[in-house]
Design a protein around this ligand. Structure first.
Ligand SMILES: Nc1ncnc2c1ncn2[C@@H]1O[C@H](COP(=O)(O)OP(=O)(O)OP(=O)(O)O)[C@@H](O)[C@H]1O
Ligand SMILES: [Mg+2]
Length: 275
């Protein structure tokens, strides 16, 4: 299925890379139709995120943050408007093509980690590489390297329920980075963590950002948003402010991401995979 898509989409150059605006949302509307009532999740959103930005999305509960992240993560589609990801109009993609774009271009980190239970940390990190058809040995090696970089090499064979919240989230980050996507989306990644673990996770995102990834993080906490260089605030499905953060928090400097974290562009990917 993936092969078929890849052949077709390559012909159409759908995965063309290196568009300066990695994300462009044009008049995005999301209405949830629950039968009895219609609920507005997003109300005509226009937003551009350039390649390499580190953005926080804030706003009260129910303001549309997760709705936005789900659309940006290609997990859901808007009711109206367009979402351009790296120049691709996602509205024009079939479900299979959308899944494939998601696998290559987006690493998603959730508040509740979303690791597969009764599956080791190593296998969890390997999973996106399985979908991307990376050979078995290569994906096992890379998963181990990623776990080492998030400080969990010794826990590779542990199941998620044998890990702390902070450790689970580090596994989830390693998994998000597996296919070296240019975009990392995180919906309240520190929502279930204590302050120390939260700061560690944000330092990790900060490092990933410095290596060239575009990172968008939803948070309710000002001290978490302080790590980013742009803060977009939502209220009732609309953007109410969009400001630069002139002095992003530095963190302890103890976390150092290796080259393994660097996002991979489509041209490099094609060379490596011979596609
Ligand atoms: N599947 C759904 N069906 C119906 N309404 C929904 C659905 N998902 C979200 N909504 C509604 O859309 C609006 C935005 O919800 P959303 O989950 O995006 O908020 P949020 O900003 O992420 O909130 P929180 O901070 O609590 O996570 C809310 O009014 C919510 O009730
Ligand atoms: Mg939410």
């Amino acid at each position: 299925m993936f092969d078929q898509w890849r052949k077709k989409e390559n012909e159409d150059s759908v995965l063309r890379p290196e568009c300066e605006d990695l994300i462009r949302l044009d008049n995005l509307v999301k209405i949830y139709d629950t039968g009895a009532v219609q609920v507005t999740g997003l109300d005509h959103i226009n937003l551009t995120v350039r390649r390499g930005e580190f953005v926080a999305i804030m706003g009260h509960s129910g303001s549309g943050k997760s709705t936005l992240m789900n659309i940006m993560g290609c997990l859901d589609r808007p009711t109206e408007g367009h979402y351009f990801l790296d120049g691709i109009d996602t509205a024009e993609l079939s479900s299979d093509a959308l899944s494939a774009v998601r696998n290559r271009k987006i690493g998603f980190v959730f508040q509740s980690f979303n690791l597969i239970s009764r599956t080791s940390a190593l296998k969890n990190v390997e999973l996106p590489m399985t979908y991307a058809r990376i050979p078995r040995q290569k994906r096992a090696d890379r998963a181990m390297e990623l776990l080492e970089l998030v400080g969990l090499k010794e826990r590779a064979e542990h199941m998620p329920n044998e890990l702390s919240g902070g450790q689970r989230q580090r596994v989830a980050i390693a998994r998000a980075l597996a296919n070296q996507p240019p975009l990392i989306l995180a919906d309240e990644p520190t929502g279930n963590l204590d302050t120390a673990a939260s700061v560690e996770i944000m330092e990790m995102f900060s490092e990933i950002h410095k290596l060239g990834s575009t990172v968008v993080v939803v948070t309710h906490e000002e001290n978490i948003a302080a790590f980013t260089d742009r803060i977009v605030r939502f209220s009732d499905g609309r953007i109410v402010s969009d400001e630069k953060n002139p002095n992003p928090a530095e963190g302890s400097g103890r976390i150092h991401a290796g080259k393994l974290y660097a996002p991979r562009e489509e041209s490099e990917r094609e060379e490596e995979e011979g596609c």
